[in-house]
Design a protein around this ligand. Structure first.
Ligand code: RIB
Length: 326
């Protein structure tokens, strides 16, 4: 059996930055309904949230994104510099990405993203920008808020021993499944997993993934032919499926329960906390998938207990404090 080494020293996050326009309301409006609520603005974007999660958990992190040439971009560059997150910015004539985040009083959300400058992210520019960085084994943490063609280029031009994590969010019919052949760890939620099965295998399954037995669920995961598939299941934790032909010290296929949360405040960014922490966990020594998953579950639980997206990402100290206070 071969062991796929899942440790690296630096995390590269290439992805989106969005300015989140957050509306809190008692319940999410139905089609045709107008409702009132409170408004605030925050930093977000799946790429940015994941990069900040990784950075706050003390992993060497480099974030690459494309912003507009607008006043928001100036403020974003100032804020990220204050956070001491290493960023390689690209610029576009399109406006900085924006997301409308509707949030109900249970913490559930509905999000619409206007990609703006994120659509102009250039993989060539990103690859050029990192040429001067130390040539170490890297983890690439990618999502789907920049074009798939960019992700595919970054994946195919990364070093053969780099680790590639794809969080396939948001998922839709435009997904280029060619990417999967480069991916080491795939982290869909249930809906994204259903889409992936349909796109890759043609199977249309509408089922309760939380109730499905582990064995058939593992077989469905294996049909995607990615060494590690982690399906995030919200408050039910996650399901892990690993390539049967390899040796995975410390982890086995099956479910991991979610960490306890006393009050769910805002679920926005919980998946991002999970992904950022997973990547950060793989840079820690001694690194293992087992400890990285533990960090990811703890970070996701922390994120739902806090308001906002990027600002809900925990530090190591906050994780320790949060667990002690439960
Ligand atoms: O995952 C949460 C993020 O999705 C938000 O910050 C929003 O910007 C959208 O990208």
């Amino acid at each position: 059996m071969t062991d796929l080494c899942l440790t690296a020293t630096q995390v590269m996050v290439a992805g989106s930055y969005n300015l989140d326009q957050i509306f809190r309301c008692p319940s999410l409006p139905r089609p045709g309904q107008t409702t009132t609520g409170q408004f605030e603005q925050g930093h977000g974007g799946k790429g940015f949230n994941q990069a900040l999660a990784c950075h706050r958990l003390e992993a060497a992190t480099c974030f690459m994104a494309c912003l507009g040439e607008d006043a928001s971009a100036t403020e974003i560059r100032r804020w990220t510099a204050e956070q001491q997150l290493e960023c390689l910015w690209q610029h576009s004539i399109l406006p900085t990405g924006t997301a409308a985040v509707l949030l109900d009083e249970t913490g559930e959300n509905a999000i619409v993203v206007a990609a703006g400058a994120n659509q102009h992210f250039s993989a060539d520019q990103a690859l050029g920008m990192i040429e001067s960085l130390p040539d170490e084994r890297r983890i690439w943490l990618l999502q789907r808020e920049i074009p798939d063609a960019c992700n595919l280029k970054l994946m195919s031009e990364s070093h053969s021993d780099d680790i590639i994590i794809l969080n396939p969010a948001p998922m839709d019919a435009s997904f280029n499944s060619e990417q999967l052949q480069h991916v080491d760890i795939l982290t869909p939620n249930e809906t994204e997993f259903e889409w992936l099965l349909k796109q890759v295998t043609g199977m249309t399954l509408r089922t309760d993934w939380q109730q499905m037995d582990d064995e058939p669920l593992h077989r469905y995961c294996r049909s995607l032919q990615v060494p590690v598939v982690i399906i995030t299941l919200g408050a039910s934790g996650c399901f892990i499926s690993m390539d049967d032909a390899r040796d995975w010290p410390g982890v086995s296929n099956g479910r991991l329960p979610a960490r306890q949360v006393s009050t769910v405040v805002d679920t926005t960014g919980a998946g991002d906390a999970f992904n950022g922490a997973l990547a950060a966990g793989l840079t820690r020594q001694p690194a293992s998938l087992e400890t990285a998953l533990d960090l990811a579950m703890r970070a996701a639980a922390y994120a739902v207990s806090q308001p906002g997206a990027a600002t809900a990402m925990p530090t190591l100290a906050e994780l320790g404090h949060h667990l002690r206070s439960l």
